[in-house]
Ligand binder design. Sequence first.
Ligand code: SAM
Length: 449
Amino acid sequence: MTTKTAGRFFIETFGCQMNVNDSEKVAGLLLADGYERAEAAADADFVFINTCAVREKAAEKLFHALGRLKRLKAERPNLVIGVGGCVAQLQGAGILERAPYVDVLVGTHNVARVPELVRRARNGFPGCVDLDRKADSFTVPDAAIAHSSSVRAYVTAVEGCNHVCSFCVVPRTRGPEQCRPADAIVREVRSLVDRGYPEVMLLGQTVNAYRHAGVGFTDLLERVHDVSGLRRLRFTTSHAEHIDARLVDAFRDLPKLCPYLHLPVQSGSDRILESMRRGYTRATYANTVALLRDRVPDLALSSDVIVGYPGESESDFLATTDLVEQVGFDGLFVFLYSPRPGTSALRLADDIPDEEKLRRFRVLNDAQQERQKRRNADRIGSHEEVLVDTVAEGGRVSGRTRHFRIVHLDGGAELLGQEIDVEIVGAGANALQGRKASAEVSLARAVAL
Ligand code: SAM
């Protein structure tokens, strides 16, 4: 520990699990450098904002946060402000022009350099910037990652994305796909399990496109599944184009692989899917779902949909509501189309008025909430294996079922990390209420694992 660099840090993270994982890397490296965590930005010597650029609203959050930090820095001029993640990669020096009080700027491939750049900034050096897109994304040692949960650990398997979806900024912010060697992933999972993690979630913008040195995604799942002591395995996000029969069978044949798949569809209209360059049609997506449902009947499926994409007519929208109804997703994230810099859809007029986007959002979202409420109500009286991952106030805990449904129940910190048998006693649209039925999951499943 070096007293020279030690101080307190605070990280604010926007966006997806990959951003959370990047923040966990930054936190771990700072802790290794002698820093301590601060409870709030106001108590910190270094504040790092890890940004998301996927929609304009998400990107604007950076500048709201920076406005608050500017006031803080006026009171405490030694405060070091850092910005990382997708907006940093996308806007680069533009951020420094708009907010010249930002001291450290790192792109999505350069999180490992944060401690060194903070040290330089604290020593008065200007221009502590690293936006090198070609840098190796996988340089942070596994042991340094300060995972934010002690139950579910994120493990990055793929960085970047090779798809060219017309609306999506990710290939620009995270660059082309870079797959991490399978041995390194398995090693990290083994070390996490040795440290007591029951669950890992493999991450990638298009994680199921994974391929490295002849190892495909299902091979990788099998190898991770073989790590003894691991209880639950998940992955996200998947692309429908890379779902093959072997991957489908993995859900059936690998008992630790939880029966939950997030499979963004984006639209139910072929015309829109083609313009989006998603690489599948409504029929091929529906066929993939049919194959999944046929071989893994209890698979929980969730999806993403964009409403108000350029030129989306009422009949395109109805094709989406129809597909969503037909598939009957267990969860659905609906987004209002947001034009993003450098994407090919930017050439198309953003011609759906905001009120109409909002109306379409509400139609889909309301129907989805009703579906979830109905289905969850049917679960009352059933039993679920819940892995407790959160301790709340007032003697309450929550966890996830194998299908990734949230369950709240009475209990304390002693349940954290336990997989327990829970009787479902209440239900809302987004969560279930449960009652602990016995100390552990059934012996049969424990033995099977
Ligand atoms: N890589 C994944 C994929 O392409 O399916 C998901 C990446 S993105 C972080 C998560 C979701 O944000 C996407 O599935 C999409 O529904 C939504 N999204 C991405 N770009 C958007 C945009 N320009 N406007 C609105 N929603 C967007």
